[in-house]
Design a protein around this ligand. Structure first.
Ligand code: GCU
Length: 724
């Protein structure tokens, strides 16, 4: 049998080798605070961890140390002797200690999250926490044991192949070991097979197979293998069939199963990425509550515990490596090793449907031969290590849809932020319709979309960039309908289920956070938009949710009260009197007169929700974040414009059709672009983006570009002097 010791306590930590004095327990990150407070100044460097190993802990014929996550690179020393180096902050690795153990033993680990030209990630919108942020264990095994070192393997690999018509599965179990034979057990069947060149293989047939059927019935089997020495490994597995159709989207076990869900980063307030099992389980509870049936586990390999939770809950997963934003010519080997480890370590999880090759890798890099070759090598590696799953990649919105890179993975997805970073909501619909029409035989998905919202900010006239909960709801209501109208989308993932740390950000009234989450980073608050998806996806828990609880002070005579519910009818009461009843689906909006302070109650079946709102004489300034943008919206009223002349409410394309007006705006755009460097270059040379910008109003473009109110007024005055 194996003897596994969790090394959680009695560690010392320090930021230099000769000052390893701070007592810490694992899991640990040194960026739990400075990685979440904004300013992009969190410590990136080397952290030293040290711990004595007792004689009891190191007892055994063959002893290994296992590191489940050491970010981003790690050097492992025993009694001062360097035994190993590992490059990659999100995968497990093991180091053999036997042969180097002495009477007294000190394990030292130098972990480093500095800038690197060879290890990903290096440029992305999330904090690259450093530390031993997952468990460290000692594994003592008999002399004859299953493989422990190669790519952090579990030692056992299970490949179930399902025949839906015959309702059976052929289950191939493979193991790697330094022993002569292996006894394997699956579904009550046992086989003893020889080990040839350290590899053993047996095939089992399961009749009347119990399928792993997504959230409805995530049935798991267990495969076990053991050696005469007593060493034993086991893994759970699931029998299912995934497929993708360019017209009809995703299929599970032969039936249409549109993947509709969210993304998740592995961090939370005050803990960084040093999460406990309870943290993982709590995140999964949010996933189940919202009713998602898929998760994109971005942008790296997540903890085994979380893939286990996805297996147990029937959540279909997009797994990926952190090959992200910026291609590094010297990073090719690291992409391959991180992908090898991801697949080797996660292969047995039935929840995983696809391997993601990269994320927005052309955002800051040209599509050149080296980048294309890196993707071809990754794609081939995935197919070699795992012929049972598809490869995909998440593309940045400005990547031309005729780019050769899109032909490399089996299927594709795009990250689109029209209606938030730029452009209008409807451009998302146009993008997918144009893509699907142009490439009817290509599978396409929606890998990211979202809008930031700070629960403190509110408006009765929500608009892009105001960081209000109300705009986040408007945004997601549009996207939900866009998605429901396009069943060809194989998967859609809201970016993001949770706010997460991006220490380089300082916006929307928060420091160091990306606030596109539907839940706050501390998991304490579900934003209103969370309930929109719950209303659309959760079919088991009847509920009704009043939006705008935090928008209590309203400076208007009548106000919209929006209600989300998964019930077919909602009744709204004001101060105990029924105001109206509506039948419908998901979103219900009521117009409510405001005379003073009111108790609002919504009822839907047995479910109910209440809130208190009041009319106030002056707008509550605390609800407004972007006062500059708000003032532009306030002064600029399209009714005051002479429609026979150009104005900033015309689109760039319309204005450019007039030589004089076009010359004026092009001069302004050129001036703006010169201040924005690389992003502007990407725009200038990108016909798809130029087309898209042509459809945007000048006002939208100017606010997007951060133009001040005076320059916007100035341009409007000039344009109003030019007859159309
Ligand atoms: C990109 C990127 C994410 C990032 C998101 C955003 O699509 O893939 O990592 O967080 O945009 O800007 O919110």
């Amino acid at each position: 049998m194996r003897n596994i010791t969790l090394l959680q306590n009695d560690w010392r930590f320090g930021k230099s080798r000769d000052a390893i004095t701070e007592s810490v327990t694992l899991p640990h990150t040194w960026n739990a605070v400075d990685g979440q407070d904004g300013g992009n100044d969190y410590f990136r460097g080397t952290g030293w961890y040290e711990r004595e190993l007792t004689a009891e802990e190191t007892a055994g014929e063959d002893v290994y140390a296992e590191f489940a996550g050491a970010a981003m690179t790690a050097d492992v020393y025993l009694n001062g002797e360097k035994l190993a180096n590992h490059a990659g902050g999100y995968s497990a690795f093991r180091v053999r200690l036997t042969g180097h153990l002495a009477e007294q033993n000190v394990l030292t680990v130098a972990v480093d999250n500095s800038d690197s030209r060879t290890v990903y990630p290096q440029k992305a919108d999330f904090t690259f926490y450093g530390g031993l942020y997952r468990d460290v264990k000692l594994i003592a095994v008999p002399r004859e044991h299953f493989e422990l070192e190669k790519d952090g393997t579990p030692g056992i690999k299970v490949t179930p192949v399902v025949d839906l018509d015959k309702k059976c599965a052929a289950v191939t179990v493979e193991t790697w070991q330094n022993a002569a034979e292996v006894t394997m057990t699956v579904a009550g069947q046992t086989q003893t097979v020889p080990s040839e060149n350290g590899h053993a293989k047996a095939v089992f047939t399961i009749e009347n197979v119990h399928l792993w059927d997504g959230v409805d019935d995530p049935y798991l089997y267990t495969a076990t293998a053991c050696l005469a020495s007593g060493d034993e490994v086991s893994t759970r597995f699931g029998c299912r069939v995934f497929a993708c159709d360019p017209q009809k989207g995703f299929f599970l076990n032969g039936r249409s199963y549109p993947l509709r869900g969210v993304s998740r980063h592995q961090d939370r307030k005050g803990k960084g990425n040093a999460l406990s099992y309870e943290d993982h389980a709590s995140d999964m509870a949010f996933v189940r509550e919202i009713g998602a049936n898929t998760l994109r586990l971005a942008h790296y390999q997540h903890a085994q515990e979380f893939y286990d939770l996805c297996d147990e809950n029937g959540i279909v997963v997009w797994a990926e490596i952190p090959y992200i934003t910026m291609h590094m010519a010297e990073g090719r080997e690291n992409t391959l090793s991180q992908m090898r480890e991801l697949i080797t370590q996660c292969y047995n999880h039935p929840c995983i449907a696809v391997w993601g090759l990269s994320n927005e890798i052309t955002a800051a890099s040209p599509v050149n031969d080296d980048l294309l070759e890196n993707h071809r090598l990754l794609n081939d590696l995935c197919h070699r290590l795992d012929p049972t799953r598809l490869t995909t990649m998440a593309n940045v919105f400005m990547l031309e849809t005729d780019s050769p890179i899109l032909e490399i993975p089996d299927i594709n997805s795009y990250n689109l932020y029209f209606g938030w970073y730029l452009g209008e909501l409807s451009q998302t619909d146009e993008f997918f319709d144009e893509y699907h029409t142009t490439y009817p035989d290509r599978v396409i998905g929606f890998s990211e979309y979202g809008a930031d919202a700070n629960p403190a900010y509110h408006s009765s006239h929500p608009e892009k960039g105001d960081y209000t909960e109300e705009y986040q709801c408007v945004y997601h209501e549009h996207m939900l309908k866009m998605i429901e109208d396009r069943p060809f989308l194989w998967a859609t993932h809201v970016w993001n289920l949770f706010d997460f740390a991006a220490d380089g950000r300082d916006e929307g009234g928060k420091h160091g956070e990306n606030q596109k989450g539907l839940v706050t980073i501390d998991r304490q608050l579900r934003k209103d938009a969370f309930y929109l998806y719950k209303a659309a996806w959760n079919k088991t828990e009847p509920f009704v949710h009043l939006c705008g609880k935090r928008y209590a002070n309203r400076c208007e005579e009548e106000t919209d009260v929006k209600v989300y519910s998964n019930q077919p009818a909602v009744r709204l009461f004001v101060d105990g009197t029924l105001l109206a009843e509506q039948t419908g689906r998901t979103v219900f909006t009521f117009r409510v007169p405001l005379l003073g302070e009111h108790l609002i109650r919504a009822e839907a079946g047995e479910a109910s929700d209440t809130m208190c709102i009041r009319r106030v004489a002056e707008p509550d300034e605390s609800y407004v974040f972007n006062k500059a943008a708000a003032s532009v919206t306030n002064w600029f009223d399209a009714d005051d414009i002479d429609p026979t002349c150009f104005s900033i409410s015309d689109t760039l394309g319309e204005i450019r059709q007039h030589p004089q007006a076009g010359a004026i705006v092009d001069a302004m755009m050129a001036k703006g672009a010169s201040e924005r460097g690389d992003v502007a270059d990407a725009v200038k040379d990108n016909p798809a983006l130029q087309r898209m910008m042509g459809r945007m109003t000048m006002l939208s473009l100017l606010k997007q570009g951060g133009a001040d109110e005076e320059s916007i007024k100035q341009l409007n005055r000039i344009l109003q002097g030019i007859k159309k």
